[in-house]
Design a protein around this ligand. Structure first.
Ligand code: GDP
Ligand code: ADP
Length: 395
């Protein structure tokens, strides 16, 4: 396998010629990539005390510089950083780091999410998303009327598979119930603060539900994904619609009660709502049921009559029938990217030559396969593959 990879590298480099490679000649802090008439300058600031990788855009047509709004978690600044554009919609950034999450990143410049943000804000926007090795499992959205058993089913899943699933902790303006904990069940917040954060692009989706504002922040999803877990979201039908339209590539599941009468019984038995709130939830349930069943938003509909049966069906849908055989996404080796290196792109392969700015003298090569990239900000770009490291001397 190692020899095969070496062959690919040599062959690709012969075809492309080294001059197309993007050398890290800026070494210290910055690297540049041009897409169309825009040149993206990516790196630290003018001095090396800058904490995060910054982005500036140079418009070649007008000669103007623009500082874009940067969404997503900014990576830490470092020396020896390389960038290469992929499909004109995102730039691959490679930096030194202990795990792939730390060293392979994407700066999205024209993806669906970024285009939406540009429209809303009327200004230049870019967004960071971290590279995820392989096909990390898709996020799971659970929707359904209040009292149907979403929370119960999610708790069962998280208890049985604690290392496989992580809950996306939403923000809400509603008051906490007796046993609910801030930061665990919800991030309880105020309307003005949440409005501002939505405006600042910190939310994947948000909706007004039963008279309160609810939303999923980019960070809530990142926390789960960073822990190597599959993200579960408990969100309403409006939120599910937004997720369906986004690049999150989630599996969307709608939970139905066996009857409206049983839904009312469960809501009342739960004893968490006032009479007024129970009636409001039941009124909304009619609309949600209609939309859930007929809107085409959802991939699957489950009936929660007998709880154990419903839970088994849910596991079946998620491909985890029977015993808890959960395995965590394996930790992959990071890239010890030296300041001296170069990066080449050929079709769907990215070749990183380490140890020297002259590719033909590289002491170590890393080949990334970017043929199956999926998703993107907010969250992660999945489907990245690292072909085995190739150590060899050049004649
Ligand atoms: N769009 C959206 N809906 C959410 C979010 N978090 C919770 N919800 C939905 O808000 C509704 C009310 O949730 P909650 O106040 O916990 O009450 P419950 O459903 O009666 O337990 C439910 O339909 C949830 O699925 C979110 O982040 N976004
Ligand atoms: N299949 C079921 N049969 C009977 N009661 C259920 C079932 N599923 C959930 N419950 C109960 O119904 C109530 C509402 O469930 P919950 O998970 O809080 O709903 P949701 O999160 O959808 O609002 C809880 O008291 C829960 O124990």
């Amino acid at each position: 396998m190692g020899e095969d990879t070496a062959f690919i590298v040599n062959d690709l480099q012969n075809q492309i010629g080294f001059e197309n490679g993007l050398s890290s000649k800026f070494k210290g802090c910055k690297t540049t990539t041009t897409i169309g008439d825009k040149t993206y300058v990516i790196g630290g600031g003018n001095d090396e005390s800058t904490l995060f990788v910054e982005v500036r855009i140079f418009y070649q047509a007008t000669g103007n510089w623009v500082t874009p709004i940067v969404l997503g978690s900014k990576p830490n600044a470092c020396k020896g950083l390389s960038a290469i554009s992929l499909n004109d919609d995102r730039i691959l950034i490679i930096k030194k780091g202990p795990t792939p999450n730390d060293c392979i990143l994407f700066l999205e410049v024209d993806t669906w999410f970024v285009r939406e943000q540009k429209k809303t804000r009327g200004t230049e926007v870019v967004a960071w998303s971290k590279g995820v090795m392989g096909d990390a499992e898709k996020p799971v959205v659970i929707s359904g009327p209040s009292g149907v058993g979403k929370g119960t089913l999610i708790s069962m899943l998280m208890n049985e598979f604690p290392s496989m699933f992580g809950f996306s902790v939403s923000h809400t303006t509603r008051a906490p119930r007796g046993v609910e904990k801030d930061g665990v069940d919800y991030h309880f917040t105020e309307q003005t603060i949440m409005d501002k954060e939505i405006k600042d692009g910190k939310f994947v989706e948000h909706a007004s539900v039963h008279g309160n504002l609810y939303g999923t922040s980019i960070e809530a999803i990142e926390v789960v994904t960073d822990a190597g877990k599959r993200c579960i979201l408990d969100i309403d039908v409006q939120g599910a619609r937004s997720v369906r339209a986004s690049s999150l590539e989630a599996i969307l599941i709608f939970i139905c009660p066996p009857s409206m009468k049983e839904l009312e019984t469960r809501l009342r038995r739960r004893r968490t709502e006032t009479e007024e709130h129970i009636l409001q939830r039941l009124r909304n349930a009619e609309v949600e049921m209609e939309q859930g069943k007929s809107s085409g938003i959802f991939d699957h509909i489950l009936y929660n009559d007998n709880l154990d049966d419903c839970y088994e069906s849910l596991k079946k849908l998620l491909g985890i029938e029977g015993a808890a055989t959960a395995t965590q996404i394996s930790a992959h080796q990071g890239i010890d990217l030296p300041a001296d290196h170069s990066v080449l792109k050929m079709d769907n392969k990215i070749i990183i030559n380490c140890g020297t700015p002259e590719p033909e003298k590289a002491t170590e090569r890393i080949v990334l396969d970017v043929s199956s990239l999926k998703g993107g900000a907010p969250g992660r770009t999945r489907g990245l593959d690292v072909l085995p490291l190739t150590h060899f001397e050049m004649a």
